[in-house]
Design a protein around this ligand. Structure first.
Ligand code: FAD
Length: 412
């Protein structure tokens, strides 16, 4: 560490950059800053006791290929480039991954037009896809049932917790500090920079980057940034884990044909890099931003969601879809029925409930879900506001984008 901390946890003199949040994006940004300017004095502050404790450590572990995203969007661009960079980083740092390929399976004729649209979009996004008949796709996944499938060979799986740990090691090797157990309580302007108060010391910084995931709107608001037009709404995503005797029912990844209105809905099957097979995640409104149990409730989080006008509009527009998703979440036979559309042989005893993750989804005041990545700036500060999937896949490239903006703020 090129700087010392006094007994109260304060740095000895102002830092160049303080990054709030040690998920993949905060770590990715700090790593990119130190690569661009090795002499920068940077600290990443994380409120929990370990890095990647929330979305970055509770996801599906899929290296996305860029199939779904609107051509020209940040998601489409960053995902394609981010995938290449992630694979190169994993090779360099000996992080295991598998390029399993994925099947998007249509189970009925009504889904065929959407499957064809998806194939067009994937090709526009530069993917080499194959449309397969049942005899062909059952050679890849013998247990799956459907009438047609899209095969995406570039998709794979990785453990993003290991990726985050490798980013943190690179930061430390380049002289930066990743400090856990530092919950940021206030961020105020001071002189030409900022004072960041945590519950374990304060830091002065010329520039601040906020990558606070489920707390993104609150941290941005804390700095005086205007956040009235959106709110982070937490959506819990529950998985079922297959017991070892059933774990080889799927070899790679099996996905449903997405509904364009809710691209993140629809349970998929993922055989992780460690061989564990999971089905999920679903998407149900969570009653706590960081509470992983089904019954976890946080009064402030709940009121923040319920009082936001966008939430009322969303609830009115999609009450039916939401109710079905909640029903399937609470009633195991309903969740199993959804799985059996693809794998008819599954029995109740093959799967156990859990684990769960919570997505930070930015919702606008008008009630629309913000689809693309959203990064905003005020003088001297940069905020990552919306970074849903595939942000883990794209974290190196998003980190570089944030770093470029932070360097511009520093006049470098
Ligand atoms: C269920 C699920 C499945 C997903 N699957 C995939 C996938 O397969 N592939 C993919 O590419 N993406 C996937 N994603 C998306 C991906 O995981 C996220 O987009 C990515 O991890 C976001 O990283 P982040 O750093 O922005 O957020 P986070 O990882 O949530 O990090 C934010 C950090 O900020 C910290 N923080 C908040 N407030 C404070 C404070 N006051 N002081 C200090 N620190 C603070 C938090 O503790 C947290 O560690 C999935 C997400 C979920 C939830």
């Amino acid at each position: 560490m090129p700087f010392e901390l006094d007994p109260a946890g304060r740095a000895d003199s102002p830092l160049d950059v303080v990054v709030i949040g040690a998920g993949l994006l905060g770590l990715g940004a700090a790593m990119a800053l130190l690569e661009a300017r090795p002499s920068l004095r940077i600290a990443v502050l994380e409120k929990e006791t370990a890095i990647a404790p929330h979305q970055s450590g509770h996801n599906s572990g899929v290296i996305h290929s860029g199939l779904y995203y609107t051509p020209g969007s940040l998601k489409a661009t960053y995902c394609r480039e981010g995938r290449e960079r992630l694979l190169a980083f994993a090779d360099e740092h000996e992080i295991p991954y598998r390029l399993t390929g994925k099947l998007v399976v249509a189970t009925g004729p009504a889904e065929l037009p959407r499957l064809a649209d998806l194939a067009d979009r994937g090709r526009t996004n530069g993917l080499a896809l194959r449309e397969l008949e049942p005899a062909e796709f059952t050679e890849i996944e013998p247990n799956v049932r459907g009438i047609r499938a899209l095969y995406v060979p570039e998709t794979g799986v990785i453990d993003f917790t290991k990726v985050a740990a490798a980013y943190a090691k690179v930061i430390a090797d380049r002289g930066g500090a990743v400090l856990c157990g530092r919950a940021v309580r206030s961020v105020t302007r001071s002189g030409h920079g900022w004072t960041v108060e945590t519950d374990a010391g304060s830091f002065a910084a010329r520039t601040v980057v906020t990558c606070a995931g489920l707390q993104a709107d609150r941290i941005a608001a804390m700095t005086g940034h205007a956040t009235g037009e959106y709110r982070i709404i937490p959506f819990r995503g529950d998985f079922y884990t297959f017991r070892p005797h059933a774990a080889d029912l799927v070899h790679g990844l099996i996905y449903p044909v997405p509904d364009p209105a809710f691209p993140f809905l629809g349970v998929h099957f993922t055989r992780g890099v460690d061989g564990t097979l999971r089905a999920g995640p679903n998407a149900v409104p969570a009653l706590a931003r960081e509470g992983y149990g089904r019954l976890s409730v946080n009064r402030r989080d709940l009121l923040d969601s319920l009082r936001f006008p966008g939430m009322h509009r969303l609830a009115r527009a999609y009450a039916g879809t939401g109710a079905k998703e909640i029903f399937r979440d609470l009633v195991k036979p309903a969740f199993l029925a959804q799985m059996r559309r693809y794998l008819p042989g599954i029995r109740s005893g093959d799967v156990t409930f859990g684990p769960s993750g919570i997505r930070a989804q930015c919702l606008s005041r008008s009630g629309s879900l913000v689809d693309d990545f959203l990064i905003e700036e005020s003088p001297g500060i940069i905020h990552v506001i919306n970074a849903p999937s595939p942000a883990a896949t794209a974290s190196i490239v998003i980190g570089e984008h944030i770093a470029a903006r932070a360097l511009a703020q520093l006049g470098l």
